[in-house]
Design a protein around this ligand. Structure first.
Ligand SMILES: CC(=O)SCCNC(=O)CCNC(=O)[C@H](O)C(C)(C)COP(=O)(O)OP(=O)(O)OC[C@H]1O[C@@H](n2cnc3c(N)ncnc32)[C@H](O)[C@@H]1OP(=O)(O)O
Ligand SMILES: CC(=O)C(=O)O
Length: 542
């Protein structure tokens, strides 16, 4: 059997980060982990150095039974974490030795077992249909049975906070039944997730003071307070905290591992995971979202892509002096990055910082900055959006600087024409003709496409390719359209975002116009102008 305590974590066994992504996280609507997913999740969690990984409920779910069997057969080697099996106590009125589910916990060979037990008298009487004495006997029998067979046991006291408020004696009797039978941690669960931090911390403090037990915390997020409740519980004396990656879990979710660990490490100075793992938090959070087949939450505390993204001009002006003036921590501590967003809320400092990020030096250029801010605000008020179109913003800044690389575009347009042909057979064909001037030559080209923008792109490529060899590498990788119809006092306009790639880089440009084809054309032209600018910069530096 493998180890029953975390290895190589600075606080050792004295503080537990207990992850239940593979059990409670899998209870989230929309998540189904395959066996391969479960191994991948466990390995990533082990990489960030959690102390315990609850792998599922063997005996209840066939995938979980298989997961533990394969782990026991050597398919899962954990460097930091101990593997935990989850399950219930014996059923009321049965013998523990005859309970198939308890037998499955033992058969899983997991060195640690979490047993869930009801600690609210209303649940004992109405859901289990038994009395408190039998509920305590179920806990006592099952804990003793597993401890005698060498397992380390944690007790998840379900509905503890509601139960304690209603009948503290019953709730404490259930804890005593477990702890006096050899359980290691009495985990107080806010199963319905209805608690708020101050009251929850009072209860945790009272239980610790009255019993002297090692107490853990498990918080659901139904009040949006799971992270706050978990941290408050730790401050009140809990030394075992249960959480899930990105807060996945039943209903509104669970306490987010990354926020809980982020808070404990950076706010309370508790090295609850290995120091070297802290900068891995952002990467692992995103990888776990991929495995769950969910988009990472860009606004997630600590690890979200927007967690350190600043839009307001006033923020940027202070960040220019010292980034920590507007960041609660250095984002690199948790492997994240700071970003400055340029929108209509930008001021000169935002543009100067963004310019720095894009390699455009605007320091000591107050006139250029004033004019660029005015231009950005004016364009944004007409529907442009530079937040997601760094390449168009870079062109705008360089145009304001009157840099030669953008002053002489690779081609100029004389005219374009797009025809949409709806044939009798129902087929719709788009045809575009462009007349451009490139390398001192007037070129006319016509091409068909499955839509007007496709046809335009094809005609432009046909016209320019003989003169711009780099065009062969450039392709349109994404195209997004948004109709901006609800702007007071203006006609509806279309905003087009074009993402381009040349296999090495990706860049996004924006175009806005009342006509969708013209909006697309503007974004397309910026995309090529941006590539041409890079090509020229590369040839100059050679
Ligand atoms: C708070 C939590 O999130 S705990 C985790 C909950 N997770 C899950 O339920 C997911 C996995 N569950 C399952 O696969 C199934 O529910 C099983 C295999 C556990 C049980 O399935 P079934 O035998 O068909 O029972 P069913 O799900 O209808 O009801 C649960 C039974 O467990 C009993 N039970 C509930 N909690 C406990 C407990 N802590 N200890 C012992 N028995 C319990 C219930 O009283 C009920 O008994 P009954 O069948 O006599 O009415
Ligand atoms: C154990 C558990 O998941 C809960 O009480 O919410």
């Amino acid at each position: 059997m493998t180890r029953t305590a975390p290895a190589e974590t600075p606080l050792g066994d004295s503080f537990h980060v207990f992850d239940t992504t593979l059990r409670d996280g899998a209870q989230r609507e929309g998540i189904t982990y395959s066996l391969a997913d479960k191994f991948a999740v466990a390995r990533l969690l082990d990489e960030v150095g959690v102390g315990f990984i609850e792998g599922g409920w063997p005996g209840a779910l066939p995938t979980d039974t298989e997961f533990f069997a394969r782990a026991a057969a050597g398919e899962l080697t954990l460097r930091h974490a101990a593997l935990v099996a989850f399950g219930a106590t014996r059923r009321p009125g049965t013998k523990v030795t005859e309970d198939q589910q308890v037998a499955a916990l033992l058969a899983s060979q997991a060195p640690v077992v979490t047993l869930v037990a009801k600690s609210d008298v209303r649940h004992i009487e109405r859901a289990l249909r038994t009395d408190v004495a039998e509920a305590c006997a179920m806990v006592r029998d099952t804990v003793s049975f597993l401890v005698e067979r060498g397992r380390r046991v944690f007790l998840d006291a379900e509905h503890f906070f509601d139960g304690f408020a209603h009948d503290p004696d019953c709730a404490l009797r259930v804890l005593a039944a477990a702890m006096e039978s050899g359980a290691d941690v009495a985990v107080l669960c806010d199963t319905n997730g209805g608690q708020l931090p101050l009251a929850l911390a009072d209860t945790v403090g009272e239980v610790v003071a009255r019993t002297g037990y090692r107490v853990g915390i498990h918080c659901q997020d139904d009040t949006g307070c799971a992270v706050a409740n978990s941290v408050a519980a730790v401050q009140a004396g809990a030394t075992h905290v249960q959480c899930t990656a990105n807060g996945y879990g039943e209903r509104a979710g669970n306490a987010d591992l990354f926020a809980v660990v982020g808070n404990l490490v950076t706010k309370l100075g508790m090295p609850v995971i290995p120091t070297a793992s802290v900068p891995e938090l952002s990467r692992v959070s995103h990888a776990l979202a991929e495995i769950a087949n969910l988009a990472p939450d860009t606004h997630q505390a600590y690890v979200g892509a927007s967690a350190f993204a600043h839009k307001a001009g006033l923020h940027a002006s202070a960040i220019k002096v010292d980034p920590l003036l507007y960041n609660h921590i250095d984002p690199e501590v948790v492997g994240n990055d700071m970003r400055v967003l340029v929108t209509e809320m930008a001021g000169q400092a935002s543009l100067e910082l963004k310019g720095r990020e894009l390699g455009v030096d605007l320091a000591g250029q107050p006139a250029v900055l004033t004019s660029a801010v005015r231009r950005v605000k004016e364009l944004e008020s007409r529907g442009w959006s530079f937040e997601a179109a760094d390449a168009s913003l870079e062109l705008l800044l360089r145009r304001e600087l009157e840099e030669s690389s953008v002053d002489s575009p690779p081609f100029t347009l004389e005219s374009y024409r797009v025809i949409l042909d709806h044939r009798l057979d129902g087929v719709i064909v788009s045809e575009a003709t462009v007349k451009v001037h490139v390398a001192g030559t007037r070129v006319i080209a016509t091409a068909e496409g499955n839509g007007p923008v496709h046809a335009l792109d094809a005609a432009l490529r046909q016209a320019l390719s003989p003169y711009l060899p780099w065009l062969a590498d450039v392709r349109l990788s994404d195209y997004k359209v948004r109709i901006l119809a609800d702007r007071p006092g203006t006609d509806a306009v279309t905003r087009v975002l074009v993402e381009s790639t040349d296999r090495e880089h990706e860049w996004t440009t924006v175009g806005v116009h009342g006509n969708i084809v013209e909006a697309s054309w503007l974004a397309l032209c910026d995309a090529l102008a941006h590539k041409a600018m890079r090509v020229e910069a590369a040839s100059v530096s050679r």
